[in-house]
Design a protein around this ligand. Structure first.
Ligand code: ATR
Length: 270
């Protein structure tokens, strides 16, 4: 059978095998999907061995997304701009193609929750890999403007510059007070340590939707804070996780699985 896998280190807690196994069952696709722990210094060898043994595609997670980017023979526009690859495909001629579906997964989850994003004023907090990966899909979703802020402001400015040709995007100081937003997306890892980035409470109105790319059984630190400031809705990143997986599955199998039943099961298992 055709093999698929997720590569990472560590990989034990990855939900990708559960997600893709459900997708395969639901769409009637004959495939297997496993988790592979690659040695930190041998990702490329590990993936190539997999590809030589019926491996048709793989997801890539921490810390290998940049190494995956480097080993590809061809890259999607989104992967090029993200500078990172989370989806590898072994093509019929043996060449390796890289995509990045994280941003598409985020946008799909925002649309699932909010409907159309056209005209929205969006604040993106953070300027690391997670932020960079979602900028192009956000700009292509029809939002009016993307503002990027980051603890280290120069990194927000560099990112805004990188995407200047792709839509309306600017960088501001993280603690600016003069402006509120329709949607605020936290791409920082701050919730992992129980911290909240120091954006102003003025950025949130009773109409503002807040989205944390992190997820956990209990509300994340950022979403707790946002709810306390009166945000209209807070959403965590579990739907983004399932959304990026659905997009990867569609790239490999040309079949669009349903997100909702998988999300319900994962939520119950948190
Ligand atoms: P990732 O791939 O998850 O984005 P990263 O590239 O290391 O990881 O980026 C981490 C991001 O979270 C950065 O924007 C970082 O801010 P700095 O650029 O100033 O380091 C941000 N970050 C991490 N911890 C944070 C905290 N406690 N408060 C605010 N921002 C934080």
């Amino acid at each position: 059978t055709e093999r698929y896998a997720v590569f990472g280190n560590p990989i034990g807690h990855s939900k990708s095998p559960t997600i893709h196994t459900m997708f395969a069952r639901e769409t009637g696709q004959p495939l297997t999907y496993e988790a592979i722990l690659a040695p930190v210094d041998a990702f490329e060898a590990s993936f190539k061995e997999f590809a030589a043994n019926n491996g048709r595609g793989a997801n890539v997670t921490v810390p290998f997304k940049e190494q995956a980017f480097l080993l590809c023979d061809e890259l999607s526009e989104q992967a090029k701009l993200a500078g990172a690859v989370n989806t590898l495909s072994v093509l019929a001629d043996g060449k390796i193609r890289g995509d990045n579906t994280d941003g598409v997964g985020l946008v799909a989850d925002l649309q699932r929750n909010l409907g159309c994003l056209v005209g929205l004023d969006v604040l993106l907090v953070g300027a690391g890999g997670a932020a960079r990966g979602c900028i192009l899909p956000l700009l292509q979703s029809g939002i009016a403007k993307l503002t990027i802020v980051n603890r280290t402001q120069t990194k927000a400015e560099s990112l805004a510059e990188l995407f200047w040709g792709y839509g309306t995007v600017e960088a501001l100081p993280i603690n600016h007070t003069g402006k509120s937003y329709d949607v605020i997306i936290n791409s920082t890892s701050s919730s992992l340590s129980g911290d909240v980035p120091n954006i102003s409470i003025n950025t949130i109105t009773p109409q503002t939707v807040c989205y944390d790319m992190m997820y956990s059984k209990q509300p994340t630190a950022f979403n707790l804070w946002a709810a306390a400031q009166g945000a209209s809705q807070t959403i965590d990143g579990l739907g983004m996780l399932v959304g990026q997986a659905a997009e990867s599955f569609n790239i490999w199998r040309k079949a669009k699985p349903l997100v909702e039943p998988v999300l319900t099961q994962l939520r119950a298992e948190l």
